[in-house]
Every structure is written in structure tokens, then in C-alpha cells.
Design a protein around this ligand. Structure first.
Ligand SMILES: [Zn+2]
Length: 473
């Protein structure tokens, strides 16, 4: 199970371990649990009312689990007999009952695990619970976003980014134990990365209340939208920083990613040129279009391949639908195709847009192409190569790409955030202490009033607790 949600692990553990030891329980307490073998296999019978204390202990978590996930593994099981029967006896034949496989590319590429309904009771309950947690967080963020007047509110941005983080590649950097040393994270980078992964406000980005109104206009409000548009603001998640040309972040992430792609492609033994010049000048001498990567000898059909890398945002104007997380990448893909496809074909080249998003999504086309290159290279060396080996190389590649996107994006946010703090510090403060003070400690707030009213009681409590401690000590 690894490190996951402790609360869910805890809930799942008790009923599951009781089921696991039911054979021993039946031996030790034959009057309570009987396991008989008849024609249809094992039959478990539990005298429900014989051990009410134990029964309630098991049924409590069971009921909580059922409440959280009514359609889960425990659906319709209302007694100990039913639960033990289903999981003790059913465990063996359930495992053979393979679920109808959904043909997901990600399973094929080794990025996603196979979905099966079998498996241990504990992991099934745990998966149910975690799924439920995800669904309720989804709903909560959606509700908050819907309450706002505009889609560009912090809550709206948060919801869209949340959706764009739910995929098989965005979080891969977390699984990279042996990242290349260039992708190891400094402590502040790690904090920023975790904030990005969980879309919580970044502690290094100035909060609105830390800056007075004039200063805020100069630092936190961005001019990148142009003079007659609604001005954009540096949001607490750093999403604007990642998308804003003024900060230079998009280029930085793009360029680093291009270099990573070149390194990975060269490990396959491919001859790769970075930003080839004059690729199209036989068609038009003034043509200065320079795609990012040229591969002279790709595996498969002999035609040379050009890749052009793009890292899209996830909350921009190209995202019309919240739930359609691939929309920005798809739109960029089509734009790139329109820009290069025709001229590439005229030059005998295959053009492939390599589209990523700064949340770590990878567009299907480039994902599929990379997988095929890895596969063909490995099959060339060993025609009998196991598909698992190909998958693990693919996982390594996507992990590296995810780590590069994450690290450069997090570093960029940190750099800009530090810059904003410097900017604010370089002007003398004019804010009053009330603007800078934390809400909870504000002397003019309700909290403070209540604290003062309770003071007498608090003093009494303090003496009481301390005298207890002294007598115990
Ligand atoms: Zn901007």
C-alpha cells in the first residue's frame, strides 16, 4: 500500500485482518465461527449475537466504509457471515474473474496499473476509500469554484488545475527515487512542488494582505494582458507566474524540456539535432521557422522526423470546459500542425508536435511516438524482448520528463516569488500594523475579544493543570 492515506489504511485494516484470520478464529472459537465444506465449497457461519462486543467492533468500521463508499467492495454485506463468506471463500475464485479490460493506452505503455476487481480485501477497501476521498475533494473544489462570479477566481483556477493534475504522468516526479542529480529538489523547491501537486497556496508568494494597496498594484498585478484588458494578478498558486511571458517562465520550462527530450532520444542511439537552422530554406530562402528537434534516423519508416515542443497552460482562454483537461494541449497541437505540417511534408519530413502542460500532462501523440521508438529500438536488439522491459523504459522516460517539468516550473515560481518580495522590501513600508497582522492575532477582532473574556477561566485552568502535573511528576 505504501504511503497513502493513514485514515483509510486504518479503517480498512481491521475488518480485513479479521477476515484473514477467520480460519484460525473458527478453530479457536468453534461455537462462534464455523467453516464447513460442502458441495459448493466453503461455507462460513458466524453466530452473530454470541460475541456482541467483537461483532460491533468489526461492524463499526464496516458501516463507516459502506457509508463512504456505498458501491464499494462491501456493498450489500450486512452481517459478519456475509462478509466472511464473501471474502474468505470468495477470495480465491474472485481473483480469476478478470475484469473486462478497458484498453487504455496508459496500461499499454506501462504508466497505469491494470484494473482488477480481485485482490486482497484490505487493498480493495482502501482503494474504494481513497477513490471516495478523491471524489469528495473534486466535488468540494467544484462547489467552491461554482460559487464565484467569474471563472478566473482563485477557486476557479484551483479547480481547473486540480483536474489537470489527475492523470498518470503529472505526479511521476514523486516516484523518481534515482533522479538525475540535476533534478534533485532543494528544500524550498520541494515545498513549492508539493504545493503545486496539491494546489495549495504557495508560502513563498506574497499574500495580498502582506502588501499595501499601492504596492500591490505595482508588484502583484501583471501588465501582460495588455492595456485594455482585465489585469491579471499573481495568484497564490503561482499559476500565472508559469503562464506569464513577462516573467519569462514559459520559455525557461520549454527550453529545459527540449534539452531533456534530446538527451532521452540520444540514449536510443538516434542522431538528433537541436534547433536545426535553414531546414526549410529550399522552399523559401527567408523561411526562419526553426522547430526544436530534428531526428535524422528514427526507427520505423525511414523519413526524418521533426519535433516541436510546447508546454501549455491549463487555465488560459483555450480551456473552455473545466472537465476537458486535454483541450489546451489539443488546441496547441492543431496550431502547431497548421504551422509546420505542410512545409514539413513538402521537405520529406514527418512533423510531430510534442505537447506537454505545466501540470505534467503529456499529449497522446508524443507519448505514443516515444513508446514506439523505445519499443522498436529494444526489439531491434532483442526480438524477444519482454513487454515489461519496454514499459519500464517508458516509465523511466515519462518520470524524467515529469521531473524536468516539475523542477523547472517550481524553480521559476520561487525565483519570481523572491523577486516580488525584494521589490516590496525595497520600498519603505507604509502599511499599519493592522494590515500586516495575522487575522487570528488581530487585537481588534472577535477572537481577541473572546480571549479577553475567557482570561479568568484560562488562568484557573492553568493553575489546575500545573498542580496536577506537579503532583503526578
Ligand atoms: Zn502576467
Amino acid at each position: 500500500m505504501g504511503l497513502g492515506c493513514m485514515k483509510s489504511v486504518h479503517l480498512a485494516a481491521f475488518p480485513a485482518s479479521m477476515v484473514a484470520v477467520s480460519a484460525y478464529l473458527a478453530k479457536a472459537y468453534p461455537s462462534w465461527i464455523q467453516i464447513q465444506v460442502n458441495n459448493e465449497g466453503h461455507e462460513v457461519r458466524v453466530m452473530e449475537d454470541l460475541e456482541p462486543f467483537t461483532r460491533d467492533q468489526i461492524m463499526n468500521p464496516v458501516n463507516i466504509i459502506k457509508q463512504k463508499m456505498p458501491q464499494g467492495a462491501l456493498q450489500g454485506l450486512d452481517s459478519l457471515s456475509a462478509i466472511f463468506q464473501q471474502f474468505f471463500v470468495g477470495a480465491s475464485h474472485l481473483q480469476n474473474q478478470q475484469q473486462e479490460q478497458v484498453q487504455d493506452q496508459n496500461v499499454l505503455y506501462g504508466l497505469a496499473g491494470k484494473i482488477s476487481k480481485g485482490g486482497l480485501l484490505q487493498s480493495r477497501i482502501y482503494n474504494d476509500l481513497v477513490k471516495n476521498l478523491g471524489l469528495s475533494l473534486h466535488q468540494e473544489l467544484k462547489n467552491k469554484a461554482d460559487e464565484q462570479a467569474t471563472r478566473d477566481s482563485d477557486e476557479g483556477v484551483r479547480f481547473r488545475v486540480f483536474l489537470s493534475l489527475q492523470n498518470y504522468t503529472s505526479g511521476m516526479w514523486l516516484l523518481l527515487y534515482n533522479a538525475h542529480k540535476a533534478y534533485k529538489l532543494a528544500p524550498d523547491e520541494f515545498i513549492t512542488s508539493c504545493c503545486r501537486r496539491n494546489i495549495v497556496g504557495n508560502p513563498f508568494i506574497l499574500k495580498d494582505k502582506q502588501v499595501n494597496a499601492d504596492m500591490r498594484q505595482q508588484t502583484m498585478v501583471c501588465t501582460c494582458a495588455g492595456p485594455n484588458r482585465t489585469q491579471l494578478r499573481v495568484d497564490p498558486f503561482g499559476i500565472h507566474i508559469l503562464q506569464c511571458p513577462n516573467f519569462g517562465t514559459p520559455t525557461r520550462v520549454h527550453d529545459t524540456l527540449v534539452h531533456m527530450c534530446v538527451i532521452l532520444l540520444r540514449t536510443l542511439g538516434l542522431a538528433v539535432s537541436l534547433e536545426p537552422i535553414g531546414l526549410f530554406d529550399n522552399v523559401n530562402a527567408d523561411d526562419n521557422r526553426r522547430p526544436d528537434i530534428l531526428i535524422h534516423n528514427p526507427y520505423g519508416e525511414g523519413q526524418r522526423v521533426i519535433l516541436d515542443v510546447a508546454v501549455t497552460g491549463v487555465v488560459g482562454r483555450s480551456r473552455c470546459s473545466d472537465e476537458d483537461v486535454d483541450q489546451p494541449m489539443r488546441i496547441r497541437f492543431n496550431q502547431k500542425k497548421a504551422k509546420y505540417d505542410h512545409i514539413a511534408r513538402a521537405n520529406g519530413l514527418t512533423f510531430i508536435p510534442a505537447i506537454f502542460s505545466h501540470t505534467g500532462q503529456i499529449h497522446d501523440t508524443i507519448k505514443g511516438w516515444m513508446f514506439n521508438q523505445i519499443k522498436m529500438k529494444m526489439e531491434l536488439h532483442d526480438p524477444q524482448v519482454q513487454s515489461d522491459k519496454i514499459k519500464s523504459v517508458m516509465r523511466y522516460w515519462t518520470g524524467q520528463l515529469s521531473a524536468v517539468i516539475n523542477k523547472t516550473a517550481s524553480r521559476a515560481i520561487l525565483a519570481v516569488a523572491a523577486n516580488l518580495v525584494d521589490k516590496v522590501n525595497s520600498t519603505p513600508p507604509t502599511a499599519s500594523s493592522s494590515d500586516q497582522c495575522e487575522d487570528i492575532m488581530d487585537a481588534n477582532q472577535e477572537n481577541a475579544q473572546r480571549f479577553m473574556e475567557d482570561m479568568e477561566l484560562l488562568v484557573l485552568n492553568q493553575d489546575h493543570t500545573q498542580s496536577n502535573l506537579r503532583s503526578e511528576g
